[in-house]
Ligand binder design. Structure first.
Ligand code: NAD
Length: 251
């Protein structure tokens, strides 16, 4: 993937950081996007990439980041919409502001970034978009309706855009992880422990037990699939929403 430039959102930690490392190791020049520059400067330096700060909950900040990226690189060949937030709460305790924030970060930001960079990929005749959705984009899950709504929307966006650019040398896919060993999962474990009175260990065990493999997925296992989807060989994998979940989707 040398000579390809990749933009990865939510690059500061977790799955995003693992994707940055995989794509850089494959030879990409990586543009790292995160809320604060401080959170990504060290990783950007380590992989020889460019750090761009943007708050994806803010449309003006997204527009500024797009302008900055356009001024700094010739074009984005690979867009990985990874940044996302998860809210765990029953619908009665999910107010409009929370719902709107989840939809803005998880759906509207990937839409705006796709609108900014997908046409250039199609013009140049090569591109990859990978949206990090979730198993919650393929199946219903209780007490996380805003998140589940947003991830289903992201899968729908993936399919629609895939058809739009199908003949232009560009692929658009979604990756749908089950529970992944990151801060997001740790926060969910803490929430479950708080609301059920169970120990952290027991709460984590309940997430592990959802998978037939009896474990959480690692961030690098998700990143490995993303890197594969971005490769030349994956040119015919298109418009898919691929679970990386230890088989949870079968249950
Ligand atoms: P994480 O919370 O560890 O990291 C999320 C990243 O998104 C961080 O870099 C954070 O800075 C960034 N981000 C959040 N809000 C932002 C904002 N307003 N502006 C800019 N960046 C922002 O999460 P993770 O576990 O690495 O998750 C990455 C993606 O994978 C998310 O889209 C998440 O929904 C999805 N996912 C995670 C899991 C899991 O169990 N961890 C499972 C399925 C899907």
């Amino acid at each position: 993937m040398t000579a390809r430039t990749a933009l990865v959102t939510g690059a500061s930690r977790g799955i995003g950081e693992a994707i940055v490392r995989r794509l850089a190791a494959a030879g990409c020049r990586v543009v790292l996007l995160a809320r604060s520059e401080a959170a990504i400067l060290a990783l950007a330096e380590e992989v020889g990439g460019l750090a761009v700060a943007a708050d994806l909950s803010d449309r003006a900040s997204i527009a500024e980041a797009i302008a900055r990226i356009e001024g700094a690189v010739a074009g984005i060949d690979i867009l990985v919409n990874n940044a996302g937030i998860a809210i765990g709460a029953p619908i009665g305790r999910t107010d409009d502001a929370t719902f709107d924030r989840v939809m803005q970060i998880n759906v509207s930001a990937p839409y705006a970034l796709s609108r900014a960079f997908l046409p250039g990929m199609a013009e140049r005749g090569w591109g990859r978009v990978v949206n990090i959705a979730s198993l919650a984009g393929l199946t219903g899950q209780a007490y996380t309706s805003a998140y589940c709504t947003s991830k289903h929307a992201l899968v729908g966006m993936t399919r629609a855009l895939a058809l739009e650019v199908a003949r232009a040398g560009v692929t658009v896919n979604a990756v749908c992880p089950g529970w992944v060993e990151t801060d997001m999962a740790a926060e969910a474990v803490a929430r479950i422990a708080r609301s059920t009175g169970r120990s952290l260990e027991a709460a984590k065990g309940s997430l592990e037990g959802m998978s037939p493999q009896g474990r959480l997925v690692t961030a690098d296992e998700v990143a490995a699939l993303v890197a594969m989807l971005c490769s030349e060989e994956a040119a015919a994998i298109h418009g898919q929403a691929i679970p990386v979940d230890g088989g949870t989707v079968m249950k």
